[in-house]
Design a protein around this ligand. Structure first.
Ligand code: NAD
Length: 551
């Protein structure tokens, strides 16, 4: 059956309430904006919205029939039951891709996926929170801005950023780089991905050869004008070639799906068709080829770093695979979270977002105005909202991301719920956030690398985050662990709450938005971060300090 992937919208309910309808619309939305919806793949190589089509269809039916005092249970993208709970309980709970420690390895994941026992939900695919490349764009922009502040007198005009990967998340890079005023070159092996970003307005120019690409970058640098250029090519070939020519970009990173050696990264010397064939016939050979290619790729990144470029890992395990392939210095490259974002996370400031379920972009614009009015002194937010409303095209249901922290998220969500009640907005709004948020993720090579107290790999924190969100009446709560190349590397939690203008929504938003970020502050306070301890004092968060008790 040929499926159609339409962006939902309008006032008509197909479910028995807005909470259920909202989650159904979010499921439809992640497929409408996803990278390969026919195969239920949303982003990050294999991150799926549902296990398979029967599971998807059963989930849609269950959401349509779900009563307000029932909870739908989803195990790795497959609905397994509907149980009676109560009106303030989550209406959907999920556990996606959690394997027992010693077994949590890529080869087991691929086997169990083949046996249809499991699927990977990515972070925001399986729990229907993905909003296209716009979901990661402020994060990418903030990293470039922090680098500008620290290394380039707060100005990236005339600076050259080199990166790769224009998939679901990586596709935000060209626009984020241009918004930060740099000349950014993004290498991508799949021509369809380049076309998609050009069409979506995330990429300005396409170059057919490296010479042409470098000429475009040089010209923009000379004029100190921002530009984004996409080049069709393999990063494991293009990066070393740029280095060999003696060209040193100012900033270098990478966002290919290097985490997955089979379904993500494309090794140098292979066509996309050859890789597709090897996935079926010779997975070990493909993994070896990908690892060997990542070795070249990261060796070039280290070469740039040695020559003075600011180089960072953008959350795709590329250093880990390079180290496994013999690059001893791979971890000389810092990860973006530790290097640039940790002080924000320690205050639970992170990628908060909201989605207009009406599909009316004016709803988001009205909330933009509200943000500017409510948080005039929050420079991160006001600067971003002013830029984003001008520069970031909507993908799928109109949505906005803004890095708000503890208390701020609750304040915004409650004000928006009031706007829905007063009929100022044309429909309800769903609030959610990335899993890469203060209390929500243990990922020792990305989010929690080099934690001050050494707690990098302790997964209790995201599990506690999910439980407190359940106890705080969020509408959807999900616990995810890594799949594919991320197997065994991470555990995270996701949450969604719907502002439908009711008193019930007010209660749920107030509890879950507040406790979600509180759990983040507590996590960083426990690890000894001064910013978090300060936030605990400033905002009277109920922390127990065991150090105050006797031995
Ligand atoms: P994706 O699978 O949608 O896209 C990856 C892209 O990389 C594809 O377009 C692919 O063609 C391209 N690619 C693969 N190998 C290549 C090569 N050798 N040279 C050039 N291009 C190549 O993945 P995505 O959603 O864009 O995510 C990319 C990576 O970033 C993943 O590893 C993901 O887990 C990670 N990620 C990081 C963050 C963050 O906050 N920093 C957030 C989400 C995802």
């Amino acid at each position: 059956m040929k499926r159609e992937f339409k962006i939902p919208g309008g006032p008509t309910l197909r479910c028995k309430g807005w909470r259920q309808e909202a989650l159904l619309r979010l499921l439809e939305n992640v497929l409408a904006v996803g990278e390969d919806p026919d195969n239920l793949v949303v982003y990050a190589a294999l991150g799926r919205a549902a296990r398979d089509w029967p599971s998807h269809d059963a989930m849609v039916k269950a959401l349509m029939e779900l009563e307000e005092d029932q909870t739908l249970i989803v195990q790795s993208g497959k609905p397994i039951g509907v149980l009676r709970t109560h009106k303030d309980a989550p209406i959907v709970i999920m556990a996606n891709c959690n394997m027992v420690g010693q077994w949590a390895r890529a080869e087991n994941f691929y086997r169990w996926e083949q046996e249809n026992l499991i699927c990977w939900g990515g972070l925001t695919a399986g729990d229907w929170q993905y909003i296209g490349s716009q979901g990661v764009i402020q994060g990418t922009y903030e990293i470039f801005s922090r680098i500008a502040e620290r290394h380039f007198d707060n100005d990236l005009h005339g600076r050259f950023i080199l990166t790769a990967g224009m998939g679901g998340m990586g596709g935000a890079q060209p626009l984020a780089g241009r918004m930060a005023n740099a000349a950014i070159l993004t290498v991508e092996i799949n021509p369809e991905r380049i076309e998609k970003r050009l069409k979506a307005g995330y990429l300005e120019k396409r170059a057919d050869t490296l010479d042409e690409a470098l000429a475009m970058i040089r010209e923009a640098q000379a004029r100190r004008e921002p530009v984004s250029v996409g080049l069709l090519g393999n990063a494991a070939e293009v990066f070393p070639e740029i280095l060999a020519r003696g060209i040193v970009p100012d900033i270098v990173t990478d966002q290919t799906s290097a985490h997955d050696l089979v379904y993500g990264y494309i090794p140098a010397g292979y066509t996309l068709a050859e890789v597709a064939e090897l996935r079926k016939t010779d997975v070990p050979r493909l993994m070896d080829a990908s690892r060997a290619s990542i070795v070249r790729h990261v060796t070039a990144m280290l070469g740039f770093q040695d020559r003075g470029a600011i180089v960072f890992d953008n959350g795709n395990l590329i250093r880990t695979h390079a180290r496994d392939g013999g690059v001893e210095r791979a971890f000389d490259i810092p990860v973006f979270t530790e290097a640039f974002l940790r002080p924000l996370f320690a205050r639970a400031i992170g990628p908060f977002r909201w989605i207009a379920l009406s599909n009316d972009p004016d709803d988001i614009r009205k909330i933009d105005d509200l943000l500017l009015e409510r948080f005039p002194d929050n420079a991160i937010v006001t600067n971003w909202v002013r830029l984003a409303r001008k520069e970031v095209p909507f993908e799928g249901l109109p949505a906005r991301i803004a890095w708000l922290g503890h208390g701020e998220r609750t304040e915004l969500a409650l004000a928006v719920n009031q706007m829905v009640r007063d009929g100022v907005l044309s429909g309800p709004i769903a609030f959610t956030r990335d899993h890469l948020d203060a209390g929500a993720m243990a990922h020792p090579n990305i989010m929690t690398e080099n934690m001050r107290d050494g707690s990098d790999a302790i997964a209790d924190w995201p599990l506690l985050n999910a439980m407190i969100n359940c106890a705080s009446s969020a509408d959807l709560v999900a616990i995810h662990s890594g799949g594919g190349g991320y197997s065994g590397y991470m555990t995270s939690a996701g949450v969604t709450v719907v502002a439908d203008g009711t008193e019930g929504a007010e209660r749920r938003l107030s509890l879950s938005m507040t406790n979600d970020t509180a759990s983040g502050v507590l996590r960083y306070a426990d690890a000894g971060y001064e910013e978090a301890l300060d936030e605990v004092r400033l905002k009277a968060i109920g922390r127990i300090d065991t150090a105050a008790f006797g031995a």
